[in-house]
Design a binder for this molecule. Structure first.
Ligand code: PNW
Length: 471
């Protein structure tokens, strides 16, 4: 099944956007400084739910060191920096009435510093750090979140929209739904794997669409920015050429990526295979209603086309085998399949992350074919290790994955506009704490200065970005 394909020694299209990415809770620190409210990740960490009882209380201290961060972005020679706004810093209790002037100043300073260095900001509104005050009323399970998110988005467009051309509403809607509210291993730690998970996803999609329509109606004519959502997906390869395994791999992609992408980038509704499978299983379970919520016709109309680009986070691949009639009545069982990885694929410091570069090319083609070749930004891609400065593994990873992306662009005609490496620097890797390092810059978490040092991969990435290829 492995594809034999030579390294493609060519350059990326002129004007291709290179960047690096971070997220607020993973780097900012200053968790309760200058009026910031508590987020669900502050709470989760303070409840000792992270490895080594780590927290993001200080993290990379980027709240105080943002100028140094911008210098690092600059010295990588990239044109874009993807970061996120902490909702609970801007609106401490989640509602727009609680606007925190110090936070407006902080994000203004960061954005202005980027522009002073000719770096374009790409801003994520929601990278998982919901204000705890909104979790107290149900968080993403409660329909009222749609209006709260819309108010928050408006506040951001209003204050920063004149200088932010690229907005991402959500980072990884799947992870929020499944890890946060399905199996509960991420904040807020809610376990509703059979039904809650689908309701959360439903509210995230409706929140995205509402915020997109708000930008469209009120801000687009003024600021001419673009708004998308970032979805994460691994590549799913059928383990044999048998039809049932190929259907299963397609089903896996529809359940993971199509779940969100089909409403927003496709026909406005959930993938047909999710609709039919969940309606049938729900009925077999004796339920009067499907576990998969329904969009109204009006909602489907609003969903369709609610995007200006497709944000894609990609790291790894799994093989998929058909599993007949899985009776576990939850999101995983609903798919009737098994996954496994290839023992030949190199590993990383994260157990879920195995290196398989050609998965990215196939995933890009899948998005091209299913959603009419939309403009795509790869908004995250990277690999974890122990954080040493000699990170040849990271160089090999970036070289191989970006080369598969290049093949997708030049040979397959995929409309890839840019690539953001995860991450600018080592940071708080969620429940793994400071044990898994994805940075191109090393951060010394034992030093109060959080000293940053470029790794070997920094020189490689700089060459990649500045020569727009492998020269
Ligand atoms: C993404 N998984 O998260 C996030 O967007 C980043 O904030 C994070 O640091 C990065 O990838 C590296 O993990 C994921 O368990 C976290 O499959 C976990 C998984 C996938 C993505």
């Amino acid at each position: 099944i492995l594809e034999k394909d030579e390294f493609l020694n060519a350059t990326f299209p002129p004007g291709f956007h290179w960047g690096v990415a971070t997220a607020a809770y993973q780097i900012e620190g200053a968790w309760n400084e200058s009026g910031k409210g508590e987020s669900i990740w502050d709470k989760f960490a303070h409840d000792s739910r992270l490895a080594n009882r780590d927290t993001g209380d200080v993290a990379c201290d980027s709240y105080h060191k943002y100028q140094e961060d911008v210098r690092m972005v600059k010295s990588l020679g990239v044109s874009h920096y993807r970061f996120s706004i902490a909702w609970s810093r801007l609106l401490p209790d989640g509602r727009s009435s609680s606007l925190n002037a110090a936070a407006v100043r902080y994000y203004n300073d960061l954005i202005n510093e980027l522009h002073a260095n000719a770096i374009t900001p790409m801003v994520t509104l929601y990278h998982w750090d919901l204000p705890q005050a909104l979790q107290e009323i149900g968080g993403w399970e409660n329909d009222t979140i749609i209006d709260y998110f819309n108010d928050y988005a408006k506040t951001c467009f209003e204050h920063f929209g004149d200088r932010v051309p690229l907005w991402i509403t959500f980072n990884e809607a799947f992870v929020v739904s499944w890890l946060g509210y399905g199996i509960g291993v991420f904040a807020p730690g809610v376990s509703k794997p059979g039904d809650g998970v689908y309701r959360v996803a439903h509210n995230i999609i409706r929140s995205h669409v509402k915020a997109y329509r708000t930008y469209d109606k009120t801000y687009r004519s003024r600021y001419h920015g673009k708004v998308g959502i970032t979805l994460d997906c691994d590549w799913k390869e059928p383990i044999t050429t048998e039809a049932m395994d190929r259907y299963a791999a397609e089903r896996a992609l529809q359940f993971k990526l199509g779940w969100f992408a089909n409403p927003i980038y496709g026909n406005g509704d959930y993938p047909a295979v999710m609709r039919s499978t969940l309606d049938r299983k729900s009925q077999q379970e004796g339920r009067t209603e499907s576990r998969l919520p329904r969009f109204t016709e009006e909602e489907k109309r609003m969903n369709r086309g609610a995007n200006d680009f497709f944000g894609l986070n990609h790291y790894t691949t799994q093989y998929v085998r058909h599993n007949r009639d899985d009776r576990r009545s939850h999101y995983e069982g609903d798919q009737d399949l098994y996954t496994k990885v290839d023992d030949c694929w190199p590993g990383s410091r994260s157990d879920w992350l195995k290196v398989n570069p050609w998965g990215l090319r196939r995933l890009l083609r899948w998005v091209r074919d299913r959603y009419g070749n939309p403009p795509i930004y790869v908004t995250e891609n990277g690999i974890s290790d122990d954080g040493s400065l000699d990170d040849q593994n990271r160089i090999d990873f970036y070289r191989a994955y970006t080369n598969e992306m290049l093949k997708a662009i030049l040979r397959d005609g995929c409309n890839v506009k840019g690539y953001m490496a995860w991450s600018l620097m080592d940071n708080l890797e969620w429940t793994s704490g400071y044990t898994q390092k994805f940075g191109i810059y090393q951060v010394d978490f034992n030093s109060p200065n959080r000293t940053r040092t470029p790794k070997k991969s920094a020189a490689f990435f700089r060459r990649l970005a500045t020569t727009n290829g492998y020269n």
